[in-house]
Ligand binder design. Structure first.
Ligand SMILES: C[S@@+](CC[C@H](N)C(=O)[O-])C[C@H]1O[C@@H](n2cnc3c(N)ncnc32)[C@H](O)[C@@H]1O
Length: 167
């Protein structure tokens, strides 16, 4: 059983609610009914929040336990969320997304793969699509540099959050 399976099995609400920073950012946008990819979705706190705002969410994670807990919520609350149990490094989405959310996902990857994975996924983000990365401050500089190189406009770059718009 992998690390997060054990953690999630022990605590079905390990990460608690979606952070205030996260909800404030999305509440301030004129953005609803989009297709959103949640990478490293875990138990799905952000996916649930976004589905409740009217989005359809694809939630990707390697933790079978986290996704099973999320599926129970999807069924009970009739949420518009699909779960994909796979490694995001090799995953090839069939869609172009209106937003991609990576809430404490990138620090889980080896440092020499993060930019490659980011660049693959920004290829699946529509023009004018939103990218939200929340992570350890040490992880953000290489991701920020890559987003600048690709012409992203930063809506917020503060307190461990990169919130950017694709050109
Ligand atoms: C720190 S948790 C964050 C969970 C969720 N985003 C949240 O904020 O509640 C990181 C998650 O990334 C998942 N993860 C780690 N490496 C992954 C990979 N290569 N592909 C997909 N998911 C991965 C873990 O299973 C875990 O659920």
């Amino acid at each position: 059983m992998q690390k997060y399976d054990k953690i999630y099995k022990h605590n079905p609400e390990y990460f608690g609610h979606t952070s205030k920073q996260f909800t404030t950012m999305f509440n301030n946008l004129d953005f609803d009914a989009g297709l959103v990819l949640d990478l490293g979705a875990g138990q799905g706190r952000d996916a649930v929040y976004l589905a409740n705002r009217g989005h359809h969410v694809i939630a990707v994670d390697t933790s079978a336990v986290g996704l099973e807990q999320l599926r129970e919520r999807i069924e009970a609350e009739h949420l518009s969320i699909e779960t994909v149990h796979t490694d995001a490094i090799g995953y090839a989405p069939q869609h172009q997304f209106d937003a991609i959310v990576c809430d404490r996902f990138f620090h889980e990857l080896a440092s020499n793969t993060r930019v490659r994975v980011l660049e693959k996924y920004i290829g699946h983000l529509k023009s004018d699509g939103y990218l939200l990365i929340a992570d350890d401050k040490s992880v953000l500089p290489q991701l920020r540099d890559s987003l600048k190189k690709h012409g992203f406009e930063f809506i917020r770059d503060k307190n461990g959050i990169l919130f950017a718009l694709k050109p």
